[in-house]
Write a protein that binds this ligand. Structure first.
Ligand code: 13P
Length: 340
């Protein structure tokens, strides 16, 4: 275990003005996203699309790291350079999704637990050799009638902790993602309560497994109103509640917190991050680790056509720049209108 490398990687992931691009969609998720713009989800199309994002000129100003999928870390640019090596040369840290997805949790109807611990140390060693310096594991917490249960929160926290310990032993920084889904008719108060419970369970498990908080990054979901709840909280309320929960649960020793976008609109994800990052006296930097809220405009512009690649890269660059400002609390809605 190289503790110096772990500390350097974690600090670089949350460097000022930068955040993370999540480009680790499984092939199934990719299929849904590609279908929405009429693109066939072949291995080559996935390579072309990820290549478009990763080779966007100048994006390294705003992107500190990219979470890759197993397939992508083995793929190459059009010029035959492995994506991980290409990114590292640009000063972007390659990361890797290592969980095997959320599966039904037995005896807990409607709940899931994330799998992928079997053989994980061996896979981590290979990913390190392929250039990955951080990893991601996503737990999924659903809010509904009488859920999440204690069982679900603790099963997922336990898996996150075992994953994080294995990562640190392999000199890979674990990104710990207990995602509370925004789907549902619950209130923002309920989301706050569940997010706090999920984070408490996660940090208790991390401590029990001897994970060094200094060498972890939290990937948090924001505290928002359930998608179909009648009252949709405004930007300030989301920011206030999200930060309050983090302050109650996340150790100050942690180098940084990154957020997922979780199905929020691009504009909301940016506005929420901006409002939180503008708050004074937080013990950790806050930034983005978005998939949809960074990629949506690029995907819609690309539509699988090589002639659209430059325009798609511009759209991606714009969202990366906006979120690069937002993570410093320097974003304003009027900046959206200005060309890159
Ligand atoms: P979204 O930003 O689209 O929620 O994806 C982030 C992510 O990596 C989820 O695991």
């Amino acid at each position: 275990m190289d503790q110096t490398l772990l500390a350097t990687t974690a600090a670089a992931m949350v460097a000022k003005g930068k955040g993370i691009l999540a480009a680790d969609e499984s092939s199934g998720t990719c299929e849904t996203r590609f279908k929405s713009v009429g693109v066939e989800c072949t291995e080559e199309n996935r390579r072309i699309y990820r290549g478009l994002l990763l080779t966007t000129p100048g994006v390294e100003q705003f992107v500190s790291g990219v979470i890759l999928f197993d397939e992508t870390i083995r793929q190459k640019t059009d010029d035959g350079v492995p994506f991980a090596g290409y990114l590292a040369k640009k000063g972007i840290i390659p990361g890797i999704k290592v969980d095997k997805g959320a599966q039904a949790l037995p005896l807990c109807p409607g709940e899931k637990v994330t799998e992928g611990l079997d053989g994980l140390p061996k896979r981590l060693d290979e990913y390190f050799r392929l250039g990955a310096r951080f990893a991601k594991w996503r737990a999924v917490i659903t809010i509904g009638d009488a859920i999440p249960t204690h069982t679900c929160l603790y099963a997922n926290a336990h898996a996150l902790a075992r994953y994080a310990a294995a990562c640190q032993e392999a000199s890979i920084v674990p990104v710990i993602e207990p995602e509370v889904l925004l789907d549902g008719a619950h209130s923002i108060e309920r989301c706050e309560e569940v997010t706090e419970a999920a984070l408490r369970a996660t940090y208790a498990a991390l401590a029990a497994h001897n994970v060094a908080f200094e060498h972890t990054i939290l990937k948090a979901s924001m505290v928002v109103s359930g998608k179909s709840h009648s009252r949709q909280a405004g930007v300030d309320e989301v920011a206030e509640r999200s930060v309050r929960v983090l302050k109650r649960t996340v150790p100050a020793a942690q180098p940084g917190v990154v957020f997922l976008s979780g199905g929020q609109s691009d504009a909301s994800a940016t506005a929420h991050l901006n409002a939180m990052a503008a708050m004074k006296g937080l013990p950790w930097p806050l930034t983005f680790s978005y998939s949809r809220a960074l990629q949506n405009p690029a995907l819609k512009t690309w539509k699988g056509q090589s002639g659209n690649i430059v325009a798609a890269q511009k759209a991606f660059h714009h969202r990366a720049r906006m979120n690069g400002l937002a993570c410093q609390g320097k974003w304003k809605p009027e900046l959206e209108q200005q060309a890159a």
